[in-house]
Design a protein around this ligand. Structure first.
Ligand SMILES: [Zn+2]
Ligand SMILES: [Zn+2]
Length: 458
């Protein structure tokens, strides 16, 4: 079997790997590359293969850097099934439609500007109709039951513990076992189960997002958030928490629910102001089979994603009305990197006041508004207006849904025996991959960091 590493090779986003067995091609993932607009457009719009030749796609999880280019693949001729878990299908459906909607909106605006300059209109990567058609190609598969994407190849999904429905993918043919980590989660995180270890593998394709880093423990994060809220109560702060719509929002809700039970949120209303996050939370409620023991126990008696002080904000009017309310209060809103969505409006109304607080809960990419706020730029631009950054800012990196360097090494250790021939490191900036490469080779196995379009026989 041949594998060509196409995307997320020496970079984090755009996960895409091409497999070929006896002239039958299938893909592992079809994600979008996220970066500067022109580079992203160039990378995402073309494939180094004919989409109509692809027999099937296996999708490890719903995140857009793994699923986001599927409608473009289908638009260009792919008609086969997309295999994934039921929860992945439900979340990916929401994310793909949301992404298509944003693209249609953005391109309408962009083309208006282009027309003013006498330029020809440009097309979005895909439309809402493309996304709707792609969703019909999804095929649900259960964890730990195998299926054949092409004849002679068996695939089994195991829980990756990263987000709801996420999978580690085992690919077997002619007695050889190749394990793809997808995005690997962390042990003992709330809501979902821990990552499943798979042993006796010959080859591993392993993510390395945080290959060189160590996360703070989850319990430390809860205490830190409690400290921030206590301070906010004294100053009657508006506490704005930009949060990703999938998993991070739900994780924060469960932490806040805990803090509510401890009495810390007395007279502090909490607003989840993101329609996408609310819809994703609904999907969580529909998939209790993905929950860990603790969440399952809570779910039997009550809703783990609700508590008396919590309000899911429905419409834009209600969202705007939060501007007139006084603190203390907590507003959780997307997008996670403050690049768009309702959180930008809340930042406009809070960032200039030193009594307020902004709590970052995840990775902030270079060039994003979130990164600028985090790095304490004295002034930032939001929708063409400039604002002084006076609100206090905090960073809670320990809420990450990715394994850190030690977790990844532990994961490899289980698979290390006489069979393991090689580990291929993907889904990481080169420094992170190299840090992990050193640790793995010290253990024994060979570890490569393939460049994009490298083909290997396994
Ligand atoms: Zn992910
Ligand atoms: Zn990813």
């Amino acid at each position: 079997m041949d594998v060509t590493f196409v995307g997320a090779a020496r970079t984090v986003t755009g996960s895409l790997h091409l497999f070929e067995y006896k002239k039958q091609k299938f893909l592992l993932e079809c994600g979008v590359f996220q970066g500067h607009r022109e580079e992203a457009e160039r990378i995402n719009s073309t494939f180094p293969f004919k989409p109509k030749d692809i027999k099937a796609v296996i999708l490890s999880h719903a995140h857009i850097d793994h699923s986001g280019n599927l409608p473009n693949l289908a638009r260009r001729g792919f008609t086969g099934p997309v295999f994934c878990t039921s929860a992945t299908k439900d979340i990916a459906s929401l994310l793909l439609l949301d992404s298509a909607k944003i693209q249609e909106y953005d391109f309408k605006y962009l083309n208006k500007k282009r027309a003013e300059k006498g330029l020809l209109p440009k097309e979005p990567l895909y439309t809402i109709a493309d996304a709707e058609n792609t969703i019909k190609q999804f095929r649900e598969v259960d964890y730990e039951s195998s299926f054949e994407p092409v004849p002679g190849v068996q695939v089994t999904l195991y829980d990756a513990g990263h987000i709801l429905g996420s999978s580690v993918v085992l690919i077997e043919s002619e007695g050889k076992r190749t394990l793809f980590s997808g995005d690997l989660g962390r042990k003992d995180m709330p809501i979902i189960k821990d990552p499943v270890n798979v042993d006796a593998v010959d080859y591993m394709i392993l993510e390395s997002t945080y290959g060189g880093r160590k996360h703070e423990s989850f319990d430390t994060m809860k205490e830190e958030l409690k400290g921030i809220i206590e301070k906010g109560k004294k100053k009657r702060s508006k506490i704005v928490i930009p949060a990703f719509a999938v998993e991070r929002t739900q994780l924060l809700v469960t932490i806040l629910r805990n803090l509510y039970d401890e009495g810390c949120l007395k007279d502090v209303p909490v607003y989840v102001d993101s329609p996408l996050a609310s819809n994703v939370t609904e999907v969580f409620r529909r998939h209790p089979e993905c929950f860990d023991a603790e969440t399952t126990r809570i779910f039997e008696e009550e809703d783990p994603f609700n508590f008396p002080n919590l309000h899911y904000v429905a419409d834009a009017e209600e969202s705007k009305s939060l501007n007139d309310k006084t603190g203390p209060m907590i507003i959780m809103s997307a997008s996670g990197m403050c690049e768009g969505g309702r959180v930008t409006h809340h930042l406009i109304h809070t960032i200039g006041n030193e009594e307020n607080m902004i709590v970052m809960t995840g990775y902030q990419a270079r060039g994003t508004l979130g990164r600028k706020i985090l790095e304490r730029a004295p002034r930032v631009t939001i929708f063409h207006d400039e604002f002084d950054v006076r609100a206090k800012t905090y960073f809670m990196g320990g809420l990450s849904a990715h394994a850190d360097g030690e977790d990844l090494l532990e994961y490899v250790k289980v698979a290390v025996d006489s069979r393991l021939r090689k580990v291929f490191l993907v889904h990481g900036e080169i420094e992170e991959s190299q840090a992990l490469q050193q640790k793995i080779t010290a253990l024994g196995p060979q570890a490569d960091i393939p460049q994009s379009l490298t083909t290997v026989s396994i």
